[in-house]
Design a binder for this molecule. Structure first.
Ligand SMILES: [Fe+2]
Ligand SMILES: [Fe+2]
Length: 365
């Protein structure tokens, strides 16, 4: 038996203690595998460590193959166990490996970035999976806390393409350029020392300054190459912000390229979802709320609105667990408050989250 931080606990681990809420409710019982749902409750009550049984102890007492009906309740669990997701993940991993080789060869002057193969792969992933469970929901599931720069670049490329579609870009060639903007936006990081890129704790001032050079590095790496100018600009400008608060130049909105503005939003979205991926199922509404809390003046207003409202709307009719542990279904999204939809509770009552500052969406189930 050992005490483990809640962040590190996975559904299915077997409890060595009974978990009691501050109000005296039993949240989960000793000798049972903890479910994703119960983990959410544990987070909710701010419990930070739990006693977990060692594997050998568990084998003696339990048949580990016993299905855990509760784990299947979260949307994220259902997606990760679907066939469509498994195929998507395979194609995605393949893209990340290819990108790594492509960039390494390019940096060693042994190859070019104009290799259409990777773009073709992304297009195929995209076309095959644009329907069904929804590419954005699968992208949430793919998130890992320690995702590599290459995985991040693939994520941004795929989400840029999705966003391009939402913005009404129909021309395949334009969508390809936007995808490449996402794919190579962080190429400058290949010149930042690995120790800084992978440092788990906060960067020092000097380290941050090194890191903040990657847009300039990226632009220089790409500058002599025969690729669309917007791809070079995206590498240079994706950390610029419309209100002038970004870097490296502090450009304001009129001086930032449209595609760089799209990459900026998608880049932040990917970082936010990666940050939350240790939770049992990332809740997209939390990410939307965080975007809206940040100064809206930072991003291109129209692009941000289209991006966030499309994400929110794809969750209409989805089941949700609210922070007070009540459950319901999303019935309507308000354009003026995307993170606070109208929810029909299991009790038959409607709750308008715009009017309830004390309640928020904990998980999609
Ligand atoms: Fe970057
Ligand atoms: Fe990035």
């Amino acid at each position: 038996m050992k005490q483990i931080k809640v962040d590190e606990i996975k559904p299915g681990m077997v409890l060595a203690e009974r978990i009691i809420s501050p109000k005296g409710q039993i949240l989960a019982d000793v000798d049972t595998p903890i479910t994703a749902q119960q983990l959410l409750h544990v987070y909710y009550y701010g419990i930070d460590k739990l006693w977990i049984q060692d594997k050998d102890e568990v084998l003696e007492k339990l048949d580990l193959d016993a299905p855990d009906e509760f784990i299947g309740e979260t949307q994220s669990w259902r997606i990760s166990n679907s066939q469509e997701y498994k195929e998507f993940k395979k194609a995605y991993d393949n893209c990340a490996v290819k990108l790594e080789t492509l960039i390494e060869n390019f940096m060693n002057r042994q190859g070019s970035l104009n290799d259409d193969e990777i773009l073709e792969d992304i297009r195929t992933v995209f076309e095959r999976h644009a329907t069904g469970l929804g590419i954005m929901a699968m992208m949430l599931n793919i998130q890992e806390l320690d995702a590599s720069t290459y995985e991040h670049m693939i994520n941004v490329a795929i989400i840029c393409r999705v966003c391009g579609g939402w913005l009404g870009i129909k021309d395949e060639k334009e969508l390809d350029v936007l995808t490449m903007c996402g794919l190579y936006h962080d190429i400058g990081k290949s010149l930042v020392p690995n120790a800084i890129l992978t440092k788990p704790n906060r960067l020092t001032k000097e380290e941050f300054a090194r890191m903040a050079e990657h847009p300039l590095f990226g632009y220089h790496i790409l500058s002599d190459h025969d690729i669309d100018r917007r791809i070079k600009l995206a590498a240079l400008q994706h950390h610029e912000r419309c209100d002038g608060s970004g870097y490296p130049y502090g450009l304001t909105k009129d001086f930032i390229n449209k595609y760089s503005k799209i990459v900026a939003i998608v880049d932040v979205y990917d970082a936010m979802t990666a940050d939350r991926c240790y939770r049992a199922g990332i809740c997209p509404f939390e990410v939307i709320a965080q975007f809206q809390r940040e100064a809206k003046t930072k991003y291109d207003t129209e692009t941000l609105m289209v991006f966030l409202s499309n994400i929110a709307e794809s969750y209409i009719s989805t089941g949700v667990l609210l922070s007070d542990n009540s459950r319901g279904v999303i019935k309507m999204i308000h354009r003026d408050a995307l993170a606070s939809p109208l929810v029909l509770l299991d009790t038959g009552e409607f709750i308008d989250l715009r009017e309830r500052n004390d309640i928020f969406i904990r998980a999609c189930i």
